[in-house]
Design a protein around this ligand. Structure first.
Ligand code: ZN
Length: 245
């Protein structure tokens, strides 16, 4: 009997860990998208709005809590793709942002092929790539994460749209080869996720919020990766370096 009670408590605990707050606040999302030159930058907070009605069907696309604190590999990214838009709290309590990025692009390509209006899928992808650089979306949702989440989400919110150079100066070229697009993208998603989770551990060890400078660097990772994806789909001008592939 005691064992059953313990099991129920563990499940309840997992369920409570699975529901959590937002990520970067709205203007921070817009600023990341705007820094890439994406025409639809003004929609980039939209996937957070979708959570109000879609609930966990949408929410689980926005984070990966990585409670085991393992190094993210490209294979882990690929393994999460089929969990997109699913909300299995028992089997998938940690979320699946890593796979959601590629899955949203597959949805984009599918609608393009069938002649539908497809751009909103790119907006979802842009939002997920932005959330990927939020350190607290890449580590366990523990007491530290819960207490510091909101402050870190909004760390540059009040000023970032007026200071686009704070992001652009941290942007760098990323090459996603045409013929190996998903493999290259999975590698880059894993790279940014690992940088983000390591910053998350640092913040936790030092019991503090991000500095603005740390946030700008994180936003630069998201904007760089998003720009490379948008270049792949000819949604922003290709830079000289990443056009060669
Ligand atoms: Zn989000």
């Amino acid at each position: 009997m005691k064992y059953v009670t313990l099991k129920i408590m563990i499940v309840l605990c997992i369920l409570s860990l699975a529901s959590q707050a937002t990520a970067w606040h709205d203007q921070t999302h817009l600023a990341i998208c705007k820094a890439t030159g994406f025409d639809m930058w003004y929609h980039c907070a939209g996937p957070d709005i979708a959570k109000i009605k879609a609930g966990n069907i949408e929410s689980y696309n926005h984070w990966f809590n990585n409670s085991a604190e393992v190094e993210i590999t490209p294979q882990m990214v690929m393994d999460q793709i089929e969990r997109y838009n699913k909300r299995n709290k028992i089997l998938d309590p940690e979320g699946h942002i890593l796979g959601a990025i590629i899955a949203s692009l597959r949805a984009y390509e599918k609608d393009l092929r069938s002649g539908k209006y497809a751009l909103y899928h790119l907006v979802y992808c842009a939002h997920y790539i932005s959330d990927l650089s939020m350190p607290l979306h890449n580590i366990a949702y523990d007491d530290f994460n819960e207490e510091h989440h909101n402050a870190n989400d909004g760390i540059v919110e009040d000023t970032i749209l007026k200071e686009p150079e704070k992001i652009s100066k941290h942007m760098y070229p990323i090459t996603l080869r045409k013929k190996d697009f998903e493999a290259d993208l999975a590698r880059e998603i894993a790279r940014v996720a690992n940088l983000s989770r390591k910053l998350g551990y640092k913040l936790r060890a030092e019991k503090r919020d991000m500095t603005k400078q740390e946030a700008y660097i994180q936003l630069g990772h998201s904007a760089s990766l998003l720009r490379a994806v948008l270049q792949h789909y000819n949604q922003v001008p290709a830079s000289a370096k990443s056009a060669v592939n």
